[in-house]
Design a protein around this ligand. Structure first.
Ligand SMILES: [Mn+2]
Length: 323
């Protein structure tokens, strides 16, 4: 089934040219690595194509090969006739790249998220893939291209970001098989892992220290709370980017069911939630005007930090009681 669809998409691409490749806003490792991987495969078979993303590339991914060639949609090198959306299916999720899609003759998707939106005959949606990059590798084969050290770097980076270095439920035997094919190209496995998951700026390390020092365990240790104030960010010389991942330390504490991280901003409070087993934090975030997944969610509120925490804790308490 999957193979047949991928061959159909490959045939569609082989018959076309002048292609833009895009992905969702706030691009992650899979969005960036998969779009670059597809660009390299299409260039191998002589296609004119480029990658265009609405938002800037986060620092973590800026070492990937060809990442400098990614342009914002207003700087497209030519008006594309066709667009491939990677790692998302909703046109709105591509941000300003929507203009490219609207100016093109046709747009298809290749994605692994659960969705019912796509009904065309060409797009490939496969929720069994741990990353869109798995599908891009199979598409590379179907196009008659081959992996290179550069495309393997991009696709391996994409795979390990989405499956948490083979730690998430989404990891399948195929994930390992496809990652192994990347490894055969001589990629720097330890180096990629370090750059994508472990390397921190000094500011981030300092902020982490202050944050962990201030952690509060509430509700018999079932709730872990961290507050990041503007003063903490300033004193560590850290930016909002550097708050990311601190919440993992909270939820990875034995006995904790819900982690709440409240970050003070100039316009209010950003709340992040994680849960371990049973609390649906997407519902909690939704009540505060945000959203996300059952185990990871967030909301931006206009409340000052104390009030935002109070509101979030009331919802968390209700969820813990309703178990
Ligand atoms: Mn993905």
């Amino acid at each position: 089934m999957k193979t047949r669809r991928i061959h159909k998409l490959a045939a569609w691409l082989i018959a076309r040219d002048d292609i833009a490749i895009t992905a969702h806003v706030n691009p992650d490792g899979d969005a960036i690595g998969s779009t670059l991987g597809l660009m390299l495969a299409l260039r191998q078979i002589g296609k004119r194509c480029f990658v265009s993303l609405s938002d800037p590339i986060p620092k973590t991914y800026r070492f990937l090969p060809h990442v400098d060639e990614i342009v914002t949609p207003d700087r497209a090198p030519f008006p594309p006739r066709y667009v491939v959306m990677v790692d998302c299916v909703e046109r709105e999720r591509t941000g300003t790249a929507r203009a490219l899609i609207e100016g093109a003759e046709e747009c298809v998707c290749i994605d692994h998220h659960n969705t019912s939106e796509v009904t065309d005959e060409i797009s490939v949606i496969d929720t069994s893939a741990a990353a869109s990059a798995e599908l891009i590798l199979l598409l590379t084969d179907a196009l008659g291209g081959h992996l290179t050290r550069e495309s393997a770097d991009c696709l391996y980076a994409a795979i390990i970001t989405d499956c948490g270095s083979f730690a998430y439920d989404s990891t399948t035997p195929d994930t390992f098989r496809l990652a192994a094919r990347c490894a055969e190209q001589g990629i720097d496995i330890a180096g990629l892992n370090y750059r994508l998951f472990r390397e921190r700026t000094a500011a981030r390390t300092k902020l982490l220290g202050r944050a962990l020092n201030s952690i509060e365990f509430l509700r018999d240790g079932r709730v872990a709370l961290i507050q990041i104030t503007l003063e903490m960010l300033r004193s560590c010389n850290a930016t909002s980017d550097e708050v990311e991942k601190i919440i993992n330390f909270q939820i990875e504490t034995a006995g904790v069911e819900v982690a709440l991280l409240a970050e003070e901003t100039s316009g209010g409070t950003r709340l992040s939630f994680r849960s371990r087993d049973y609390v649906d934090v997407s519902a909690i975030a939704a009540e505060l005007g945000g959203g996300g997944h059952k185990r990871a969610s967030g909301a931006m509120t206009a409340f000052p930090i104390d009030e935002a925490i109070e509101a979030a804790l009331a919802l968390i308490d209700r969820a813990l009681e309703n178990r």
